[in-house]
Design a protein. Sequence first.
Length: 754
Amino acid sequence: MKFTDGYWLTRPQYEINSPQEVFEYKVDGKELTAYAPYNKIKVRNDELNLGMTTVKLSSPIEGVVGVKLIHFDQPTQGPSYELSNEDPDVNIKTSDEEISLTSGPLTAKMPVRGDFKIEFEADGQVFTASEPSAEGEVTDNKEKKHYMREKLSIDVDELIYGMGERFTPFVKNGQTVDIIQKDGGTGSEQAYKNIPFYLSNKGYGVFVNQPETVSFEVASEDVDKVQFSVEGQSIEYYVIYGPTPKEVLNRYTRLTGKVTLPPAWSFGLWLSTSFTTDYSEKTVMGYIDGMQERHIPLDVFHFDCFWQKGFEWCNFEWDKDMFPDPEGLIKKIHDKGVKVCLWINSYIGQKSPLFKEAKEKGYFIKREDGNVWQWDLWQAGLGTIDFTNPDAVKWYQSKLKVLLDMGVDCFKTDFGERIPVEDAVYYDGSDPKRIHNYYTYLYNKTVFDLLVEEKGKDEAVLFARSATVGSQKFPVHWGGDNLSRYKSMADSLRGGLSFLLSGFGFWSHDIGGFEESATPDIYKRWTQFGLLSSHSRYHGSIEARVPWNFDEEAVDVTRKFVDFKLSIMPYLYTEAVNTSETGTPLMRPVFMEYLEDNNAYHLDKEYMLGSKLLVAPIFNDKGTVNYYLPTGKWTNVLTEQYYDVTEGGNWFTETYDHLNLPLLARENSILVRNEAAVHADYDYTKDVTIHLYNMAEGTTEQKVVDNHGKDAAKVTVTRSGNHFTVKTDGLSSVKVSVHEAGKIIEEKIGEFDI
C-alpha cells in the first residue's frame, strides 16, 4: 500500500506521524521498551497534545530480534501465529547515548535523544535499519482507517526474495506484494500461499508477525526501502540474521515451526484420476494396471473430486454408482503396492446430507444475522467449516476417520483460500481479517493431526494447495492450477522457488499442467521436470495424464525418469532429512549453494535438487536450453558429458532429446543409488552403487539414512592423486562407479587406482 506522493509529499487522504526521538526507555527482564513521541521534546509544554509510538524489542531465538510498534495499546482478536520461544540469553545495554539489545550475533540499537532510528548490526556492520521517519502511524481520513507502517533500508545491490509462492519475477525488487490468500491460478500476482517473510541476499530475513493482510512495497514506493504496513494500531516484525540464507531459514523455521519429514513413499510417483474426466473402478484399475504393464513404478493413486457425487462436495461418501465397493477397490490398489489418496476440501455443498447436520450443530462460519455464510462459488450454497470450533474439528475428523478405516492413506487438502472476511462470525470470536490467511493453518492442521493420530507421525502426509506461516509442519504442498503451456511451466518453477525460500521444504506441481490439453512434447518435458522435483504428481483437468494417452515415447520418458528418481532415493531422502532438521529446502535456488557467485542470484529457470544435483528443465518444443553452471567440475548424470567450468562460471546452450536434459552432479559428489528400485520406500542400504563424481583430494564423507529417516550408513572416500580408498559402514552388496572427467570406471569397495 502506497501512502506517499513521490519522495516529498503525502497523498492527500493520509496523515503520517513518525517517531522523532527516544524520550524515555525501560528494561523489563529480557525486553527493552522505548517511548518515541512524534515531535522532539524541548520543553514540558511539548509533551502535550502529542502522540507517540511504544517500541518493544525482544528475542525469541538467538540471532532473532523482535520489534513491536504500538500506537494505541488495544487488544486484538485472534488468531495469532504459533511461534516458538527458545528464551535465549540477551544483552541489553543502556547509556546516555544509545540503548541496544543483543541476541547472539545480532544487535538492534537506538540513539537516545538523537533522530529516531533502529539499526540492526552484526559483525560490527549495520545491514539494515529503520531510518528517521521510516516508521509511521497513518490515518486514512477518507476511508476512516488506521495503519502502521515500517520501512527497512536495503543496499545498492540488495535483492529480496520469498513472500510465499509468488509467480511474479523471482527477485521481488520493484514489486507491490499483498499478503492475502487468493485462488488466482499460477499466472497472476495473486497467490495460494502467502507468507509475510522475505529473505535478503545480504544475509538476513524479515518476518512480519501479522496474520491479516500485510502490504509490502519492495523497493517500489521508496526504491531504497522494503516497506510493510498493516491496518490497525500496532505492527510486529522479526529481523532474522544468518549470515547465510540457510542459517536464516534455520532460525525462521525454528521460530515458526520446523519442516516435517514426509514418509519415503510420498517421494514416488502420484497418478491422479484428474479432475473432470470420467472414471469408475474399472477406469482406475485400468490406469494402475496400465502403468504396471508398461513397467512404470507407481507409489500413490489419487482420486480427485468425483469420487463423490456432484453438488455434494464434501460429503465424504463414495459415489456408489461409480465405486460400489470402495473397501474392495482400496484393497485391490494396496495389493498392487500402491497407496490411496482422496481429494477433500473444507466446504460442504447445500445438497450434501452433511450440510443440515453441520448447520444444526453450528459447525459453519456464520453471518452476523446468525445464518450460515453461504455462496454458490464452487458448490451450490456451500458452507465453510469453522475450525475455530473444537467440536467442528472433531466432527470433521470423524468423517475422515471413516475413510482411513477403509484403508485410505492420505488426503489432498484442496482450497482454503476463499474464506469470508466481510459479514463473517467465527465460533471463537476471531477477527475475520486476521483469520482469512490463517484459516488454511487450522484446516490442514485438523487433517494432519488426524493422520498422525491414526497413521503415526512417520506416515502422515498431505497434498495441500494453500499455506500460511507454520504450514511447513504439514507437508506436502503443490503449486495450484497451472496451464499446459511452457510459460506456465516456467511460472510454476519460479513460484516454487519463491515458496521454498519462505520456510518450506517440499513442493510439487501438476505435471503436464492442470488446465487444457497437453501436447506430447510438453508432457514429456514437464515429466522430466516433475520427476526431478521433491514430489511428483500427474494431474489434469480435462484429460487423464497417463503417458500412453500422448505417445509411446511419453511412456519411455516416464519410465526413465521415475526409475531415476527411485534410484536416487538414498540420496534424496538423506537430503530430505537435512531439510527437516535445518529448514534448507530440498529443491533450492542455485545461489544457496554458490553464495560467492553473483551470477547465480537471478537464476530462476534452474535449481539444485539437494546439495549435489543441478537441474535445468527445458521450456520449449525445440529441446533447446540455455543454462548456467558455477565454477567447478560437473558431470551430466544422464549423458556423462563433462564440464570443467573455469573461474567465473559459464553459460551453455544445448539441445536435448526427450530422454535427456541438463542434470548435473557437482564435483566431489557421492551419490548412492539403487537402479533396481521399484518403489520409493525400500532399504537404502542394500544393493547400491556408489557413484563418485570428480572427487577432490582428501577425505569426503556421505551419510545415508534408512527409509524412516534414521542414520543407517556412511560412505568414506579418500583420494590421493589417482589412488582411492572407499569404505562403507552399514551398506551391503555395494559397487563403485567412478565418474572422472567424462570417463566411467567400475570398481569394488576398497583401494584402487584410476
